[in-house]
Design a protein around this ligand. Structure first.
Ligand code: GLU
Length: 489
């Protein structure tokens, strides 16, 4: 293998929905691989069989595909290392653990769960660190082998060399060192024969010839353990880059309290993948000072792990919404229509959307200007599709109770009735002349018409909306609003 070849990986655990933090780590790995013309690998960390599900695996893979982070090797696409699923490699992990025992770098531990719990409690009482005290490290290897052969349950622990230090140059954090006194003899294989994350992840990184491991800073304490295992296997550790944690705008660690933190939520609520890609690239990295919007190609060209900041990155939904709005406005109309359609269908039903589609297309460019999310399209465009308008009651209460509203509705009908061409310009001219004559300001005069026509105080521009709706429907709606007022509502 070419030693300069960049090989990076993302390793989702399919025990929950893909979190934006994992998606950001995937994105940075992908950018790094593409920048260096390297290989981006997706493997599945599914050793926790009880909690891993195919649904969560699909969710992770769908999320990566949605973001456009196509992978060169790994689950689904194959490659020289099998299925890239940890559950298919249990024998390999056991073999490494046995080998480490044979070479004195690990040992069998026969302490029972009760004994370990008692040790932890005693350590806590006496104010000592809770790590394993090394009891079984003193059992002679022949005696340990005999006990194992007799079937006595044993886990495998790594024998951390003490005194000792593990240090490395983190591409983001610079020099990092861990004193081995702070690291206990950690478990590699549990007594039921299943590998821990430390063992499985490290063996995979060695076997798949990973050159750089870029992952969240929460995993920093694992890294000295992984380096020790790698070296004990006789391999050279990869480079490490620990990415800054994500925080909410309130300065607290990103969690459910900040809203939904699964990538799926953003896929489903109408964010564009390219906007999400752009926004996530900014979580710890910047393309250039003061530049918020950049293309995938620009990100690939400019990205370096060594330029990632070590300061916490703020995941701000408002900023994401703003970025999404920028991308939505820049879409060609066809794509805007394609992306908006499923959101309309979900709210209004396929048949309704089909029958009102042409009206929608007429004002779609104006809606495109005004929304930040596709999920906002149905509420802004719904009036174009429905037979009978449902009023937003807040808008009605605020705008339809004024003393001149009846006059405006009646006058508008009268003026519009005589229009030769049902076009926005003519409608506007007629209504403005009306405002002038009644002596009422545009806001006060036009807002009730907007509510009557669209059902809400927030809508695409009024004249274009009336034009798109058509003459008959416009008159029907003015009449319906007038009738509701006449009924004293
Ligand atoms: N399965 C681990 C996780 O999802 C991967 C960590 C790593 O990148 O080593 O957190």
């Amino acid at each position: 293998m070419n030693p300069d070849l960049v090989r990076v990986r993302i390793a989702p655990s399919p025990t929950g929905l893909l979190h934006v933090g994992n998606a950001r780590a995937a994105l940075f790995n992908w950018l790094f691989a593409r920048h260096h013309r390297g290989v981006f690998i997706v493997r599945i960390d599914d050793t926790d069989l009880a909690r891993s599900t195919t649904e969560f695996e699909e969710d992770a893979l769908d999320g990566l595909r949605w973001l456009g982070l196509e992978w060169d090797e790994g689950v689904g696409v194959g490659g020289p290392y099998g299925t890239y699923r940890q559950s298919d490699r249990i024998d390999r992990y056991r073999q490494v653990a046995d080998d480490l025992i044979e070479r004195g770098r690990a040992y069998a531990c026969f302490c029972t769960p009760d004994e370990l719990a008692a040790k932890r409690e005693a350590a806590q009482r006496e104010g000592r660190p809770p790590g394993y005290d090394g009891t079984c490290s003193t059992i002679a290897s022949s005696a340990a082998a005999q006990r194992r052969d007799r079937g006595e349950p044993a886990s495998t622990r790594f024998a951390v060399p003490r005194p000792g230090l593990t240090q490395f140059d983190d591409l983001v954090r610079g020099a990092v060192r861990f004193d081995h006194e702070t690291i206990d003899d950690f478990v590699l294989l549990r007594s039921d024969g299943t590998p821990t994350y430390h063992l499985a992840s490290t063996v995979d990184d060695v076997d798949y010839e990973i050159s750089h491991v870029a992952r969240g800073e929460d995993l920093l304490p694992s890294t000295p353990r992984h380096i020790m295992i790698t070296e004990a296997m006789g391999a050279v550790p990869p480079n490490y880059a620990h990415l800054p944690l994500l925080f909410g705008p309130d300065g607290r660690k990103l969690s459910k309290r900040h809203g939904d933190v699964s990538l799926r939520h953003y896929r489903q609520t109408g964010y564009l993948p390219e906007a999400m890609f752009n926004a996530m690239a900014l979580l710890g990295w910047s393309y250039a000072p003061e530049v918020t919007i950049f293309s995938r190609e620009q990100a690939v060209e400019g990205f370096e792990l060594s330029q990632v900041s070590k300061n916490p990155a703020v995941f701000d939904i408002d900023k994401l919404g703003w970025i999404n709005g920028e991308y939505m406005r820049a879409l060609p109309l066809d794509r805007f229509l394609d992306e908006a359609r499923p959101f309309l269908v979900e709210q209004l039903g396929a048949e309704t959307v089909r029958s009102g589609w042409d009206r929608f297309v007429g004002v779609a460019p104006l809606i495109q200007e005004r929304v930040r999310l596709f999920s906002e399209v149905p509420s802004m465009a719904g009036f174009l599709f429905v037979e009978t308008l449902a009023y937003d009651e807040d808008s009605w209460a605020k705008l339809m109770r004024g003393d001149q509203v009846v006059q405006v509705l009646d006058e508008a009908r009268r003026r519009l009735d005589g229009l030769e061409h049902w076009e926005p310009e003519q409608i506007e001219a007629a209504l403005r002349a009306m405002l002038e004559e009644i002596g009422i300001g545009a806001r006060k005069g036009l807002q009730p018409l907007r509510v009557a026509i669209t059902g809400s105080s927030v809508s695409p521009p009024l004249f274009e909306s009336m034009a798109a709706l058509g003459r008959d429907a416009t008159f029907d709606r003015l009449a319906a609003a007038r009738a509701r007022l006449a009924a004293g509502d």
